[in-house]
Design a protein around this ligand. Structure first.
Ligand code: MRU
Length: 337
């Protein structure tokens, strides 16, 4: 069943974002017409997920040009503002990648930059459909044409992209082919992208699911409840080391021990070909409040220190395959990207 969820769109010379901080209880669109608003939306995760961040960055450059024209910015002020947009979050390569792609075109004028940004959004949408097919074909070839129990972590669907998604897009395609029994969605502490966003998408698509605390993932996997796990990625190094939402590494380790496939699903634009391995990936560390408070209420002692990395890096030796819109890379077989 295909459903329309639009996380980010270019409308009437500005960006419309579905505010993901309010889902699933409220569906509110945000109107973004300044770079400050866009950076704020990115940093508080109103828009999130690597491919959607890329699209937000590309549209953000057009917004910067329009704002600069209104406010009479110098070209060096425009460059500084575009740098801040590029650096709004550090781990997902798609943000810097997309901003760098379109800023090259600034000398050609605003319409050319907008056309390039719209092209990035359209390509992302198409890549989701293609990844869905590559990933579904790979899993069915690997595990047989049967109903599967699948585990996923974080949100990698329409809310994280302009199309069907990456890992969740594969799950949707498998469901369309009649190959999904049930999805185990990790709740994804601390910001609950799994229970708030993935569950919302799965429910809309009428895909059977259950939410589990992140700590239940290893037990679900080792007790044979899960046939395969699928995650997205924020940055993939050439050797297949993969940065993704914190908790992905634990899922990968459990899959490795259980001997079940662990799939990384991401567009080619998420591969950072300047990095040979994941050791140089900049991991975003987020604030204490995300850990010490739940739903705005304090649940830890005053002054408690935290360790709150937004992402972890799964070494390639625990990755079975990387699925992109082009093909399946056999990481377990020693292939690189
Ligand atoms: O902090 P977030 O919500 O932006 O983290 C998102 C993830 O880790 C996703 O798994 C990743 O970006 C892939 S989205 C298709």
């Amino acid at each position: 069943m295909s459903i329309e969820i639009t996380a980010i769109d270019w409308v009437d010379n500005g960006v419309t974002l579905l505010d993901q901080t309010l889902l699933p209880l409220e569906e509110v669109n945000l109107r973004i017409t300044t770079v400050t608003q866009m950076i704020d939306a990115i940093q508080r995760l109103a828009v999130r997920g690597a491919p959607a961040l890329g699209v937000a960055g590309a549209y953000g450059v057009v917004i910067a040009m329009d704002e600069g024209a209104r406010e009479d910015w110098t070209s060096s002020k425009l460059e500084t503002v575009v740098d801040s947009l590029r650096d709004a979050r550090p781990t997902a390569v798609n943000l810097a990648w997309a901003v760098n792609q379109v800023r090259e075109i600034i000398p050609q004028g605003r319409e050319a930059v907008l056309a390039a940004a719209l092209e990035i959004a359209a390509a992302d949408k198409k890549s989701g459909t293609d990844m869905g097919n590559v990933g579904a074909d790979w899993l069915i070839a690997k595990l047989g044409n049967k109903k599967l129990n699948l585990l996923t972590h974080c949100n990698t669907g329409s809310l994280a992209t302009t199309g069907t998604g990456t890992a969740l897009g594969v799950i949707k395609e498998l469901h369309a082919r009649g190959n999904v029994n049930e999805v185990f969605a990790d709740e994804t502490r601390p910001l609950l992208q799994g229970s708030r966003l993935t569950a919302w998408e799965l429910a809309k698509c009428q895909i059977p699911y259950r939410i589990q605390p992140d700590g239940a993932a290893a037990m679900a996997i080792l007790s044979g409840k899960v046939d395969a796990a699928l995650i997205g990625a924020d940055r993939i190094a050439v050797n297949g080391d993969t940065a993704n939402k914190i908790g992905s590494l634990g899922v990968a380790l459990a899959c490795h021990v259980a001997g079940i496939p662990f799939l990384v699903v991401a567009p080619e634009s998420t591969i950072d070909r300047s990095m040979n391995d994941g050791s140089q990936i900049h991991i975003e560390i987020r604030g204490d409040d995300e850990v010490t408070h739940v739903g705005g209420r304090q649940v830890a002692p005053h002054g408690a220190k935290t360790f709150n990395p937004a992402f972890d890096v799964t070494p390639s030796k625990f990755v079975s395959v990387v699925i992109t819109e082009l093909r399946a890379y056999d990481i377990a077989g020693g292939e690189t990207l």
